[in-house]
Ligand binder design. Sequence first.
Ligand SMILES: Nc1nc(=O)c2c([nH]1)NC[C@@H]1CN(c3ccc(C(=O)N[C@@H](CCC(=O)O)C(=O)O)cc3)C=[N+]21
Length: 316
Amino acid sequence: MSQARIIDGKAFAQNLRDRLALQVADLRSTGAKGGQDLVPGLAVVLVGENPASQVYVRSKGQATVAAGMRSFEHKLPDTTDQATLVALVEKLNRDPAVNGILVQLPLPAQIDPAVVIATIDPAKDVDGFHVENAGRLALGLPGMVPCTPLGCMMLLRDVLGDDLRGKRALVLGRSTIVGRPMASLLLAADCTVTIAHSRTQDLPEECRRADILVAAVGRPEMVRGDWIKPGATVIDVGINRVPHADPAAAAEGRTRLVGDVHFAEAMTVAGAITPVPGGVGPMTIACLLLNTLTATCRQNGVPLPGSVPEADTAAP
Ligand SMILES: Nc1nc(=O)c2c([nH]1)NC[C@@H]1CN(c3ccc(C(=O)N[C@@H](CCC(=O)O)C(=O)O)cc3)C=[N+]21
């Protein structure tokens, strides 16, 4: 039986981070402005003590420093009110050392994420969540592109080459942070794009038509082997924690990570597939650094370094 190629997102992300570190070093020496070195700065704001969020924020901070950028971490208590968070974001908007701002989601219930995101200066919105950036992407205009879809496009181009024209792409999920921007990027690459969701009729049949299948619904192992077109490229965005496969281990409360795709089944049908973990997740963080470098260059009127991919289009 044939076996899919496993797309090594971890290695791809590390390679991208290494290239970004070289560009950051270059920018330091050549991009000096007004006698000041140009060092990209990323501010990450965490409200509350969600353990998963704490882990992500720590690894983002480490990756930022490893790339030679400045990391500013702001940790606020769970009880923080919206006005306080908005005031912090406004301060970061004005801070010239801060080129990128990320407010970790989810936020506590007393804070409306839409209000906070709307406060972020679109030029510093390295998540690409601001309405202005979402609108730009939808219209095919340059802007900041959300990190996860951007990383997915890079992996797709690595597998399939730069020319994705005419390929049938199915995006499973319509979230504002993955599904919708992913569909926009695929459309910009001239794919024939379908967005499927919880109300889609005959979902398995829709999936089976796709040359490119991007699963981003947050349902563990929902996509089965017989939903996949033989030879298709499968990008699994899901990160779901489920009880450990071994009942004894599960009884001790141990868990494992699975994607939205049944990996073992998909392996026998797909042409290539991203694993979970080690697929899309590491690309999200690498693309956050890429967006921070892109934002820094644009804010300072410095051209993007040649070997850094043009984030807007996710071209190689
Ligand atoms: N404003 C905001 N921006 C985000 O980009 C954002 C956010 N909020 N909130 C939470 C989600 C989640 N997210 C991940 C980043 C990296 C991995 C990652 O590197 N995962 C590894 C390890 C997974 C593990 O072991 O837990 C992997 O898939 O191999 C996963 C998930 C960013 N998010």
